[in-house]
Write a protein that binds this ligand. Sequence first.
Ligand code: ZN
Length: 348
Amino acid sequence: MNTFFLEFRDPLFGIIIFFVLIFVITFFSYWFAKFKKKEDYRHLDKFLKQFHTLPSQNELKVLITKGELSEKSWLLLASAYAKNGNYEKSIEIYSELLKVGDKSNYRDTLFLLGKTYFKAGFLERARQIFLEILKNNPRTPQALNYLLLVYEQMRDYSAALEVLEVISELKKEITVESAYINSLLILNDSLMSSDEKVNKLLEIYKKSSHLTYLIFEYIFRVNPKAAWENIDISKAELLVDVLWRCDKKDLNFDIIMQNGYLRELYTAKGYIKEATKSSIFELDVLINLDSKVNATLGFEYICTSCKTAYPFAFSRCSGCHAIDTSMVELSLVKDYHKDFSEENNSFQ
Ligand SMILES: [Zn+2]
């Protein structure tokens, strides 16, 4: 019977105890490491969670009042929120800073708040903020410029012209701005006839020789004859998309035949055969394809001031607010219109 049990002094007993100890230690250290890892993840998750949720308005109020962060840090944070499109948080920070912040920065913070309201599309609030700045400091050009933009977007062009007058008193050049606002005033006048609008727009164009696109895009739409009679052909490239889409019956071939660029453009379009090549790549390809492939011109509009590209034409860049800085970039695209008309013809 005793042969089944090991003696206490048996060396084998010591070896077994040794291995049992090793097993117990390994087992506990393995589970302890696993538990520690889990705890670390939990801590990290908890830490990262703070950044997924934005502080509420009340939390912000407490944080700003505590004064643990400098006003400059809060301004940087507000500007970062606005850049990411989170205008609501940016507005909350500026509003709280106006209540508790340094009074020497009050006007600057108020201006930043007005700018954010404008970007977020709260035009009436932006207007009130800029008017408040101008009430105490009437010669603040930045606030005047933004107030002009606000009135322009509100389509209150008469008020915009009044702001322009104040800006001109600060010895600022306003020729283009004035021509632009006056053109918008005419284009949006529901009581004026289209002939009257054409005459008034041409008057503005002759005086300023700016806004070729804004003015001639409208005239080509309502009175192509007048457009051809008054167009400055040297600026035809600015209107390439308008000219390209112009109906064949509305074209003035006497003028087209006298100008190399227009001959190339309308040969590429397939209306005439007066050019064999072009220095402009897209036109050259279309001339050589000779309407055998479903290809046409595509247009993209680039602001020459800030280099932002837009898929649509513009007169005032929404990025840098510069006027008349649009440049048309050409590209070759598939002609879906041709596809569509061929499909329709096949049913006849
Ligand atoms: Zn721009």
